[in-house]
Design a protein around this ligand. Structure first.
Ligand SMILES: Cc1cc2nc3c(=O)[nH]c(=O)nc-3n(C[C@H](O)[C@H](O)[C@H](O)COP(=O)(O)OP(=O)(O)OC[C@H]3O[C@@H](n4cnc5c(N)ncnc54)[C@H](O)[C@@H]3O)c2cc1C
Length: 659
């Protein structure tokens, strides 16, 4: 445990070390000894903002991404918005309230101090982005507009229609481009980090694969920052972009970085339901829709059965026969309860047979009341592109009138169901965002830091940009301060050669299996295991079964995988195989953590630990800690190390969204 908490780097006898380095002639160029280089892996909101800020501060930045442009990072998928405690609505918001809502939303499993800092810098993010020209929605009078997201009773979410992530990333990208132009950031697109290189216990570089030529390339620097996103795609079906992977994070974990709270996986309540086994992606319908959309299932089981059989439609069911179950169960927050609560409530209704589509795994999200109240134009202004997206996928337009009963117009409702969306767990970092490997930092979704066991809507963009613009650029300097006399090491060091050799050997191994199964077929099976045994409802028995099945499937992967092509040139199947190898490590880690945490909290719901009303039952006496895992080799159980949580400002209590 002390290992985790003593994570600040001891001052150490730098001059002696420096002499030692000189003696070994490990310098790239002794004349450049004061030049400080930082590798930033990733160009999502976290990576792009960090690279741009570090470049502006004078560091030499090497910035990599797997896409052909930083603008295509997964962050552009973010629809709904970004939180900040500006209190433009004069509705009683404050830094403290944002901090409190986030800690409570995370089911009291976040690190309190980190969350306070996040809330404090939230307002700066909006100012920064406005200055960059991000076209946030505005009120008629010119003020920035806001809407509400789950787990908050104030309106603090800033948005740009349903494209907030894309617009924010364009802002960050323009700052990044400025630094590229100034020569401070060197951008490598279509490069994938395959390994981190540790020299004398510190992160000193990475091995990357040029995805177009297949060549392995060595990069060295004074510090390495990973900003490579979450591990939601372990479940195969998720709302994450297809390219999202956890290879960089898992490789850091294998090299000694602790992985924290992997079982905290977010299942988003409003996604388009699964409609067949040929699907490779799930589509999110933004949480912002819950501002005006009401979630319901029929009150009568015979209505549900008719909906499932297709003999009745949602709009034929009158108001009095609808069960707005979130409004019924949680009157204070209604449809805007946090995601974990809304997802479980949908599952509960569907498990009881009240599902509304042919699979019985869907509930309605209905805009009839708000369209009748506000008019279709207002609703289209707010959610137009989301309605169009829904229509494109399902051929149903939620703004179409479908029925009139007793003078009340009923519109076609959306059908939604929970799906894997976000991962609160990630690489463990200290308050300075440094991992347990000195010189290795993790930011954005790939670290574990701020959301506890459940992330509130619109808080991921806030955290990614807080890390990238306002936290890391300052905290990394505490590490780099003593690096001024500690220059960049040569990529000719044996540590680099060994790491590169190991990556190459792995690529050869995967190509040489020459079995019969495609990467996708195995990944899909892994996804089924994850959803079935490590998904929304978990039990000790189920988790053990899941682990066993994953172990067997991993053997199948190691012996019966077929990857066509060669190492040279573009080989997407080979890249996917590497990702899948790491999803196996990740899936098992999620299950180990879930099995060790004998309580329910946030996105981690152990069915054995629930109240009579089906709410999550925490055990603060025994599990009030961050669960950090240390890698112990393939096939071995990782070791659990605990970082106890300490709350000073907030009283830890049972979450209540009812009153
Ligand atoms: C559909 C959807 C809607 C969302 N809406 C919202 C919202 O409205 N509000 C909100 O707050 N949050 C939202 N989120 C969550 C939010 O979008 C993400 O958490 C956030 O964008 C993550 O940003 P990031 O920079 O950490 O990672 P990402 O955006 O995932 O970027 C990862 C970067 O790392 C690079 N990379 C990955 N692996 C490697 C590797 N091995 N080598 C080199 N580069 C690598 C990628 O190329 C990419 O540049 C949404 C998520 C989804 C899926």
């Amino acid at each position: 445990m002390a290992k985790v908490l003593d994570s600040k780097i001891p001052a150490g006898p730098v001059p002696e070390k420096w002499k030692e380095y000189k003696a070994h002639q490990r310098l790239v160029n002794p004349k450049n000894k004061l030049k400080l280089d930082v590798i930033v892996v990733g160009t999502g909101l976290a990576g792009a903002s960090a690279a741009a800020s570090l470049g502006e501060m004078g560091f030499n930045v090497i910035n990599l991404c797997i896409q052909d442009s930083p603008r295509r990072a997964h962050s552009i998928a973010a629809q709904g918005g970004i939180n900040a405690a500006k209190c433009y609505q004069n509705d009683g918001d404050s830094v403290y309230r944002l901090f409190y809502d986030t800690v409570k939303g995370g089911d009291y499993r976040a690190r309190e101090a980190n969350v306070y800092r996040l809330a404090e810098v939230s307002n700066n993010i909006i100012d920064q982005c406005v200055a960059q020209g991000v076209p946030f929605a505005r009120e008629y009078g010119g003020m920035l507009a806001n809407r509400s997201f789950g787990g908050a009773q104030v309106s603090r979410t800033f948005y740009a229609k349903g494209q907030t992530g894309q617009q924010l990333l364009l802002g960050a990208y323009s700052s990044l481009s400025c630094q590229v132009n100034a020569g401070k950031v060197k951008l490598y697109t279509r490069y994938e980090m395959e390994d981190v290189v540790i020299v004398d216990g510190r992160a000193r570089g990475i091995i990357a694969k040029d995805l177009c030529t297949g060549k392995l390339v060595r990069f060295s620097a004074n510090a390495v920052v990973i900003a490579t996103g979450g591990y939601g795609n372990t479940y195969f079906l998720s709302t994450n972009a297809m390219g999202c992977n956890c290879t960089a994070a898992v490789q850091c974990y294998r090299k000694g970085a602790y992985f924290a709270n992997p079982s905290y996986v977010q299942i988003h309540p409003t996604c388009i339901p699964v409609h067949g086994d040929k699907q490779s992606k799930l589509t999110l319908m933004s949480e912002s829709l819950r501002n005006d959309g009401r979630i319901w299932v029929p009150k009568k089981i015979e209505d549900a059965k008719a909906l499932q059989a297709g003999t009745k439609q949602g709009w034929e069911i009158p108001e009095e026969d609808r069960d707005y179950y979130l409004e019924r169960r949680y009157p204070a927050f209604g449809n805007l309860v946090p995601r974990d609560v809304a997802s479980r409530a949908a599952k509960e209704r569907c498990d009881k047979g009240f599902g509304v589509n042919n699979t019985g795994l869907a509930v309605f999200l209905d805009f009839s009341e708000s369209i009748n109240r506000l008019g279709i134009d207002v609703i289209m202004q707010r959610y137009g592109n989301l309605f169009e997206m829904y229509e494109e996928i399902t051929d149903v337009f939620p703004g179409d009138v479908a029925n009139e009963i007793n003078g009340v117009k009923y519109y076609k409702p959306m059908m939604i169901y929970p799906a894997i969306h976000y991962t609160m767990g990630g690489i463990w970092v200290d308050y300075e965002l440094q991992t347990s490997i000195p010189g290795l930092f993790a930011i954005g979704e790939c670290n574990f830091s701020d959301h506890g066991a459940n992330r509130l809507g619109a808080s991921a963009l806030m955290q990614g940009l807080a890390d990238g613009y306002f936290v890391l650029p300052y905290t990394i300097q505490n590490y780099l301060a003593d690096q001024a006399v500690w220059p960049k090491v040569s990529t000719d060091l044996p540590e680099f050669a060994e790491a590169e050799k190991a990556v190459d050997a792995e690529l050869t191994r995967l190509l040489n299996i020459q079995g019969k199964r495609s990467v996708d077929s195995i990944h899909k099976e892994l996804g089924h295991i994850m959803w079935e045994y490590v998904g929304m409802g978990r039990t000790a028995e189920g988790l053990k079964t899941g682990l066993k099945k994953m172990h067997e499937l991993e053997k199948e992967f190691d012996t019966n995988l077929f990857v066509p092509g060669t190492k040279e040139g573009l080989n997407i199947e080979l890249d996917k195989a590497i990702h899948l190898r790491d999803f196996f490590t990740m899936g098992q880690l999620v299950a180990f953590d879930a099995l060790s945490r004998n309580e329910s909290c946030g996105g981690h719901f152990r069915e054995e630990y629930q109240t009579e009303e089906g709410e999550a039952k925490r055990d603060d006496q025994n599990y009030f800690y961050v669960g950090c895992w240390e890698y112990k080799g393939k096939g071995n159980e990782p070791e659990l190390i605990k970082e106890p949580l300490e709350y000073e400002a907030i009283k830890v209590q049972t979450r209540n969204y009812k009153n």
